[in-house]
Write a protein that binds this ligand. Sequence first.
Ligand SMILES: Cc1cc2nc3c(=O)[nH]c(=O)nc-3n(C[C@H](O)[C@H](O)[C@H](O)COP(=O)(O)OP(=O)(O)OC[C@H]3O[C@@H](n4cnc5c(N)ncnc54)[C@H](O)[C@@H]3O)c2cc1C
Length: 488
Amino acid sequence: MRTGEAVKQPQAQTKEALAQALVARLGEDVVLLGDQVAPYCRDWHGDVQSDAVAVLRPRTTQSVSDCVRAAAELGLGVVPQGGNTGLVLGGVPDTPATQVVVSLERMNRVRSLDADDFSAVVEAGIVLEEFKNKVAQAGLYFPLSLGAQGSCRLGGNVATNAGGVNVLRYGMTRELVLGLEVVLPDGRIFEGLSRLRKDNRGIDLKQLFIGAEGTLGIITAVSVKLMPAPEKTATALLALSSLEDVIALYRHARRQCCDLMSAFEFMPPEAFVLAAEALPDLPLPLDGSHPAYALVEISGSGLVDIDALMAAFLEEGFENGMVLDGVVAQSQAQARNLWLIREGMNEGQAKRGKHLRTDVSVALSALPAFVAEAEAAVMAALPNALCVSYGHVGDGNVHLNVLPDPAADGPQTDADIYTAKGAINAVLDRFDGSISAEHGIGRLKRTDFEARLPDVRRDMLLALKDALDPASTMNPGCQLDLLRNAAG
Ligand SMILES: Cc1cc2nc3c(=O)[nH]c(=O)nc-3n(C[C@H](O)[C@H](O)[C@H](O)COP(=O)(O)OP(=O)(O)OC[C@H]3O[C@@H](n4cnc5c(N)ncnc54)[C@H](O)[C@@H]3O)c2cc1C
């Protein structure tokens, strides 16, 4: 299997000369240089600061195509970027002398919003939250919801096939996409902005770009499904005695809540301490004295009585002894505060410094055993570390994060993170799990991904890359280093 030649190396041109060549081809309005480049080359947590020849900020699909062609002519790799909230370094350049960032941030128009069709066509650079708000103004709902929604952009969500808290009801981003417009690595435009719900005319090519993390093209616009806005939402924070009980309650909720459950998140007791460290003024209606917590949301519109459904579900939960304590939000503000505990625990971990963040999945029924075994393996290797396991358990997805010994110095922290990752992945492999449930591979998980790739799957990925991007211009080094370096 051949994968085409690696990115054509710039012919002994300095970074400055390459940057000026880009300005000459694309104009000053499109090209950012000098100090303005740094913010686009830093990852969300600030763990990595890289650099690039330039940042290109096109305003139109044609301009994206011009950028891609110019980069290819100069032998530069193209790193597409949305909101740069990705957690696996997919949008952060790793070869500063030969890569440009193409930011979609100036392509943020809603091209059309059709309430009768329950669909919209929108440019890829729109911030997810802004899009959700615009849709809400039309009395509709776009269900993709994640902690980064104030910064991430729709094209990035599609490129990573983002998940979030509503997957158990509405599916991953892939299930919300009706069509795509994509600039291909050779600058041609794939025009696939269909709004059809059913279309079986051969292989569905848009799927190639969903989850590809920008390795096959730059998504410039997306047509999406919209839903009726949920008019009523009930949110509850519940205390339970174990992760096993959390899963049992989830199964019960799936059967009892008429498919109206829209979120079911698991949190450990440490969530309360971490959230308080990040958000000291946040009211905490429960105190973290129980072994496990679930944040449950039921929502709907029309004739369904959501409050009665939640009340009946909880009554059963208390009666059968699964739910030990709980609080139901009495207002939108209270519901928001419950969600802030979940979001604050993320920020709290970031505040404690560099740590291991994982995003793994196993079969739902295996989740409690996996978490117990993986945490035990980490603690055996690193007795002074803290394991924090939480996440979208309804999807079998858990973030098993490890905060190393706070007394460790920088190099020791890095070594501990490496040890913890190895311990968790060894257990994960035994459970046939995924090292990336939703964040993707990027550059951070590339080695672990490649080490687990079966030959047939690897050959198919290389053949696809070779067919669409033979010079490996598009996001070189993301997902597979093989795509950049392999030949023959
Ligand atoms: C606090 C927080 C919470 C999060 N929660 C979740 C969660 O619940 N679920 C989840 O799935 N993720 C989550 N994430 C990860 C992240 O927000 C998602 O991966 C998101 O979809 C990335 O979107 P972005 O616009 O920031 O993309 P970027 O970070 O800019 O890019 C991500 C990848 O997509 C590529 N890319 C970006 N735009 C395009 C485009 N237009 N065309 C082609 N390729 C492109 C980039 O090259 C890169 O490989 C979270 C992140 C944070 C910081």
